[in-house]
Structures are given as C-alpha cells and as structure tokens.
Design a protein around this ligand. Structure first.
Ligand code: ADP
Length: 196
C-alpha cells in the first residue's frame, strides 16, 4: 500500500494547524503536530513538558533531541502506516536530514511539502487574535524571527528535492483548503472520499 506523507511548512499564524487538521480528516490520515504534542506534555507536567516549557514560552525551538525520538515513535505507530501529516516538523535543516534518513529506514516517503505563504503583518494580526499563551507580541516576534532564520532554508531544500508546493495562505480558510487538496490529489494520486 502506498502511503500519503505530507509536510506542512509555513510561519506561525499561516494556518498550518487548522488546514492540517481539515486535510488529515479528508484523507483519513493522522495529523501530527509537534507544537500540540509539546503543549500537551507541558500541560500534563511530564518529563518532556518540563524540559520543553521554557523554550516554548520564549518562542524558541526546543532542542532537537527532545523532538527526534518522538517523531520516530509516532511515525512507527500503526495509524501512521497509511500516511501522515507533519505539522511543525521539520523546523530546521538538521530535523529535515533526520526525517529523510528515518523515512528511508522505515520505507516511507513524503509526497508533498505544502508551503503556506502569508505576509508578516497578516500573521501578527492573526496570532494576536488567537491569543494562545505564546501569542503575545514579544514571543510572536521571536517565533517569526526563528522561522525566517531556521525554518525558511527548508523551502530551498525541498525545492531541490522537487516536492515543494507553495500555496497562498491569506485567502479564506475554505479557499486555502481547496487549493491544498487540489495539489495533494494531483501530486499523490490520492483522492478524498468526501466532496470538498
Ligand atoms: P507556531 O507554528 O504557531 O509557532 P507550533 O504549535 O507549531 O506553533 O509550535 C509552538 C512551539 O513549539 C514553537 O514555538 C517551539 O517552541 C515548539 N516546537 C514545535 N515544533 C518544534 C520542532 N519541530 N522543533 C523545535 N521546537 C518545536
């Protein structure tokens, strides 16, 4: 059976999480959000949560070693064998290299990297409206800085691999979903069962 592996790239506030969860449901594959995993770990007070909390609160990336084993375990679970959406991972080049090795090892592949593009001023506006704990102005600025510095090199990396598709994330939610679903269906030979 062919798996449908998708990576969602894009700055904080681009709508990755929202779109990833809609698309995951439409294509019946798990939505794996490292941000959500970390927030749950922090809320439960687990070892991972204790180690991650200060970084997340400051808007910095948590150290790679906290994330890598977690991704390996998650992608090896049974529900991930028919596909997955990675949202928030990889977030820097070492994480992308780790993922490439891991996928080779477990005989899986990423068909599309969906890059959601939104201008910075709209991102800040959206994040301030959302008002999560790490959505205050200072942390937002740091997360955007971290994104531009550490995550944007992935755009070139996946472009070279020929798997990058850029979608405008600024229109209405349904318009973006439609555009994403179209790319996925045409590039992966997977079709949604439900009408979009
Ligand atoms: P956003 O994309 O809106 O910033 P996320 O939910 O993706 O929100 O991530 C929230 C925070 O979780 C990040 O600011 C970072 O501290 C941490 N985080 C999430 N994914 C990773 C990752 N792959 N590597 C390191 N830190 C991460």
């Amino acid at each position: 059976m062919k798996t449908l592996g998708l990576i969602f790239l894009g700055p904080p506030g681009a709508g990755k999480g929202t779109q990833a969860s809609i698309i995951a449901e439409k294509f019946s594959i798990p939505h794996i959000s490292t941000g959500e995993i970390l927030r749950n770990a922090i809320a439960s007070g687990s070892e991972l949560g204790k180690k991650a909390r200060d970084y997340v609160d400051r808007g910095e990336l948590v150290p790679d070693e906290l994330i890598l084993d977690l991704i390996r375990d998650r992608l090896c679970q049974s529900d991930a064998q028919k596909g997955w959406i990675l949202d928030g991972f990889p977030r820097n080049l070492p994480q992308a290299h780790f993922l490439a090795d891991l996928l080779g090892e477990i005989n899986q592949a990423c068909q599309c990297v969906l890059n959601l593009e939104v201008r910075d001023d709209l991102l800040v506006e959206r994040l301030l409206q959302r008002g999560r704990k790490d959505d205050n102005e200072e942390t937002i600025r740091r997360r955007l800085g971290v994104y531009h510095e550490q995550t944007t090199p992935l755009i070139g990396y996946y472009q070279e691999q020929g798997t990058l598709y850029t979608v405008d994330g600024s229109p209405d939610l349904e318009v973006v979903t439609q555009a994403l679903a179209q790319v996925i269906s045409s590039k992966s030979n997977f079709n949604t069962e439900v009408e979009i």
